[in-house]
Design a protein around this ligand. Structure first.
Ligand code: FMN
Length: 356
């Protein structure tokens, strides 16, 4: 209700400064006794008939936080209080690194988009692991890992294994990010031999903990490339696919910052992310769950992704434009759509586009 006012104040700030202020303010509020309960009640999501199970993890409803908002596990509890059903921390790199020079995040306000070229600014795995020792319980927390910028591409696997080894004990699942457009060469890890090496090494590292491993893919692969990626992922026993990261394309955006380098997210990514989801659903044939991400901003978007075959969704950019009530809005809106259609349980929605 009040968010339009707050948003106009936040939008006067540089986007990254606005992000940092939001995180600081939420954490300060939560330090006040009793405040967590007030915030949780204020933003309570719909959960009845909403439970979804993915790779053995139970989620109270389908809407989670995408990687990139809580890169360093600074605001994990705060995001849990805003109602997210699962939180993906990261991307975390093995060693701390600063990321690209600022400014590196841009609002495309008329189009409800963002362009970012953060470049994996990370506190590094040791600091993040320490923070996660006090992680909130009661919801799945994924940790999204990547390589340091100055690690050569042919040494990337060692970075992923190092980050997996340090962080997996604190995670309910681990996401391998091979799809950020802002670390030079990273997306080449979609290529079959590189992907085989990475997934083989992670599979070997995972023989003790047996954590679900997700692969986060780019929306800019061709259908033929996607076919290879999914075949390889299935061969190596991946637990699920997260589709998608940001796009380097610029579908239908014209506002001031449209030509900034980086990955585009938010509403302009919606169609591309949906198309990728449909391709991945067809290629996986129900063998592994899919988390759909990219341009989701309304309950109808969530409903469409689930019907297309996603078992859960994640959002980032919609929170910038819709504010802290976004999870409540999406889940209560989803409940209304299910009621309209006479559907009692989310499991009846998932993949229903394909029901004969
Ligand atoms: C500022 C910003 C930083 C991001 N950082 C990461 C990241 O570190 N790792 C990652 O896998 N995705 C990252 N993403 C991508 C999001 O997780 C998500 O895939 C993408 O934004 C599409 O979802 P959305 O349209 O709901 O924002 C970032 C996105 C934004 C906007």
């Amino acid at each position: 209700m009040l968010y339009p006012l707050l948003r106009s104040a936040l939008f006067k700030l540089d986007p990254e400064a606005a992000h940092e202020r939001t995180v600081r303010t939420l954490n300060a509020a939560l330090a006040v006794p009793g405040m967590a309960t007030i915030i949780k009640n204020m933003y309570r999501p719909a959960t009845r008939g909403m439970q979804t199970t993915i790779a053995g993890m139970t989620m109270a409803h389908p809407v989670g936080l995408a990687a990139g908002f809580d890169k360093h596990a600074d605001v994990t509890y705060g995001m849990a209080c805003l109602g997210f059903s699962h939180i993906e921390v990261g991307t975390v790199t093995p060693r701390p690194q600063a990321g690209n020079p600022k400014p590196r995040m841009f609002r495309l306000a008329p189009e409800h988009g963002l362009i970012n070229r953060m470049g994996f600014n990370s506190d590094g795995m040791d600091v993040v692991a320490q923070r996660l020792a006090n992680r909130p319980t009661g919801l799945p927390i994924g940790i999204n890992v990547g390589k340091n910028r100055d690690t050569a591409l042919d040494a990337a696997t060692a970075d992923y294994v190092a980050a997996y080894t340090r962080l997996a004990p604190h995670a309910d699942y681990v996401a391998l990010n091979i799809s950020s457009p802002n670390t030079p060469g990273l997306r080449q890890l979609h290529e079959t031999s590189a992907l085989q090496e990475l997934l083989g090494a992670i599979r070997d590292a995972n023989t003790t903990l047996h954590k679900p491993i997700f692969l986060k893919i780019s929306p800019d692969e061709t259908p033929a490339q996607l076919e290879q990626v999914i075949a390889t992922a299935l061969d190596y026993g991946i637990s699920g696919i997260i589709a998608t990261n940001t796009t380097i394309t610029r579908p239908g955006v014209q506002s001031t910052h449209a030509n900034e380098a980086g990955g585009l997210s938010g509403a302009p990514l919606n169609a591309l992310s949906m198309a990728t989801l449909r391709t991945v659903v067809a290629l996986t044939e129900g063998r592994v769950p899919i988390i759909s991400v990219g341009g989701i901003s309304t309950a109808a978007d969530v409903y469409a992704r689930l019907k297309a075959g996603a078992s859960a969704v994640q959002i980032y950019t919609a929170m910038v434009y819709s504010g802290p009530a976004v999870v409540a809005q999406l889940t209560w809106g989803l409940a209304a759509l299910m009621r309209r259609d006479g559907v009692k349980d989310i499991t009846q929605v998932i993949g229903s586009d394909h029901a004969s």
